[in-house]
Design a protein around this ligand. Structure first.
Ligand SMILES: [Zn+2]
Length: 73
């Protein structure tokens, strides 16, 4: 008994039917493009968040990178 109905969902970006299966690596989006657009939105949001909250210490932002480098040697 093979009951493999192709499962689709509405793409969150363009609202078109998107294949919701492992073969669609962009799921739940319909395509790479829609996925990138969505990610872009998130990136923009995070850029807007700062300010007003208070002073941001540049050192705390640089710390993680320095830590990774120093663990090498
Ligand atoms: Zn889409």
């Amino acid at each position: 008994m093979t009951r493999r109905a192709a499962r689709t969902v509405s793409c969150p970006q363009c609202a078109r039917p998107a294949l919701y299966a492992p073969e669609n690596q962009w799921r739940p989006f319909c395509s790479e493009r829609c996925r990138l657009i969505d990610l872009g939105h998130w990136a923009n949001e995070s850029y807007r968040v700062p300010a007003e909250s208070g002073p941001v210490d540049p050192a705390s932002l640089a710390a993680p990178e320095t830590d990774m480098l120093s663990s090498e040697g």
